[in-house]
Design a protein around this ligand. Structure first.
Ligand SMILES: O=C(O)C[C@H](O)C(=O)O
Length: 499
């Protein structure tokens, strides 16, 4: 019988969570670097470059790759010959580890979990609880897989039960085509096929954390049915032309991972979960001899890239002197460097602002002629002005857009991913614009912030409204005041005719 100490479990998970918050796995870097080499769309190349530059900066600075430091998932394979020296449950141990990792003084991570999903949605304050899955297996060891999964990509999880003769590939391609860019492509698809509804979802989640090997698979060719399916989905999804951040391009997927399990003769359960550019996971084993140790990656794994911020690429914009004439001169796809004041606000702040407007009350900040950035930043540490602060999915703000534009005089929104038809019509009607920053480049974006203070809705934590002063914050015009959308035009240009 192997005896594993409670402290080794907690220390290992806490350390793994800190580690994965700033180090991308080397296989992910290798696949992203290859995507940059193969991509031909210049806007998608710029987005991938920002993701890689951000990743290297995060590794050097030991600060989160993405402001969404994720929901913690812990998969435990517990050997039947293991005894854990503790009176507490595994859930309690995992939550202790999360608390320790997310409230770490040197690298605090963002608390994103709300306790009561259907009522007040109060933030738990320490990112607990984690999602814990335990499998009892043979043996005398404990294998632990820890991941921190971003909300934007988790929101795009899809499930169906096909009929046995239906095509898995057709369903996956059709559904990924409809996901939009909120999952921050390029990334990985985790797919679970078979089992039952719950089993398929779990397999999809586990599959996405397997080591990436698509570059090798493409080179050597498939050697079994499963590899054929992986390759088919990979090629068909990439042919859709979605590209990095949905800007249009050749590379949407870096890998496709599939797990299968026996199922009922009447059913073909199928679950798909995409993983974003902030792919974060760590696997370790405890054998009773002490805690796990993690070796930092070699910085030479990352390419050293330079971002082109020359005037020929970017227009400079003073956010404190925005005029309708200036906004009208922006065209879909233009790249801008923003300087001046902007306000933050995301889901919960928008809900409150719209409730205030409906009650005939003013919103707490004057947004007339101003810009709002959809973001929930990580808290600052040391000399930082703000922690990593990348954009959140703008599509979720669509339901509030018309009332906010009409009720406050707001002119510019900054986020990531596509807007819906009604939001685009509203943007055009109000002669406003929607700009995007690169999701997954949060630490890089935060360096453009020169001052930050919370000015309203303090109780919302990371969802509070901040006033930020930015200098040369890089963005792309995604919806211009004529209602043209880069997320329609870009993919249409890069979609292969037979996709
Ligand atoms: O919560 C966030 O900061 C971002 C979220 O993960 C999203 O992708 O929309």
């Amino acid at each position: 019988m192997t005896i594993i100490q409670e402290c080794d479990i907690i220390d290992g998970i806490a350390e793994a969570l800190q580690f994965i918050s700033y180090y991308h796995p080397p296989d992910f870097i290798r696949h992203m670097k290859s995507a940059l080499e193969r991509e031909e769309s210049s806007s998608a190349r710029d987005a991938i470059t920002q993701i890689l530059v951000n990743s290297r900066m995060a590794a050097i600075g030991r600060r989160p790759i993405c402001q969404d430091t994720g929901t913690v998932n812990v998969f435990i394979k517990l050997g039947m010959k293991v005894s854990i020296a503790s009176d507490r449950t595994l859930q309690e141990m995992v939550d202790d580890a999360i608390r320790r990792a997310y409230l770490n003084d040197d690298n605090p991570l963002r608390a994103s979990i709300v306790l009561d999903p259907i009522s007040k949605r109060t933030n738990s304050g320490d990112n607990t609880p984690g999602m814990v899955h335990v499998d009892l297996v043979s043996g005398d060891k404990m294998e632990i897989a820890v991941s921190a999964k971003g909300g934007g990509s988790e929101n795009k999880a899809r499930f169906t039960v096909l009929e046995p003769s239906d095509s898995v590939s057709d369903w996956v391609v059709k559904n990924v085509a409809g996901l939009g860019a909120g999952w921050c492509p390029p990334g990985i698809l985790g797919i679970g096929i078979g089992g039952s509804a719950d089993k398929a979802m779990l397999m999809a989640k586990e599959a996405m954390n397997e080591e990436m090997d698509m570059l090798e698979l493409v080179q050597r060719g498939p050697s079994n049915l499963l590899e054929e399916l992986r390759l088919e989905i990979f090629e068909r999804v990439n042919a859709l032309g979605i590209g990095a951040q949905g800007l249009g391009g050749k590379i949407t997927l870096l890998d496709v991972k599939i797990k299968t399990f026996p199922t009922h003769a009447a059913s073909l359960p199928l679950a798909v979960i995409p993983n974003c550019a902030a792919t974060r996971h760590m696997h370790f084993e405890l054998d009773g001899t002490g805690p796990a140790h993690f070796t930092p990656p070699d910085l030479s794994d990352w390419p050293e890239l330079v971002l082109d911020r020359t005037a020929s690429q970017y227009k400079h914009v003073n956010l404190d002197q925005l005029t309708e004439t200036e906004i009208a001169a922006w065209h879909c796809g233009d790249t801008l460097l923003l300087s001046g004041t902007l306000y933050t606000g995301r889901d919960a702040a928008h809900k409150r602002m719209v409730e205030a407007l409906r009650a005939g009350d003013p919103v707490p900040v004057d947004l007339k002629g101003k810009a709002i950035y959809y973001v929930g930043p990580v808290d600052a540490v040391g000399s930082e002005i703000i922690g990593p602060a990348g954009p959140t999915t703008a599509t979720r703000m669509d339901r509030f857009t018309d009332e906010v534009l009409g009720g406050t005089g707001l002119k510019v929104m900054i986020g990531k991913a596509e807007r819906g038809k009604e939001a685009i019509e509203s943007i055009a009607r109000h002669k406003a614009a929607y700009l995007i920053a690169v999701g997954g480049a949060a630490y890089l974006v935060s360096k453009a912030v020169k001052s930050a203070k919370r000015v309203a809705y303090n109780d919302l934590g990371m969802e509070a409204i901040y006033e930020l002063r930015v200098e040369e914050m890089p963005v792309t015009v995604a919806v211009d005041c004529r209602g043209e959308s880069i997320h329609t035009l870009g993919p249409a240009k890069w979609r292969k005719l037979d996709a």
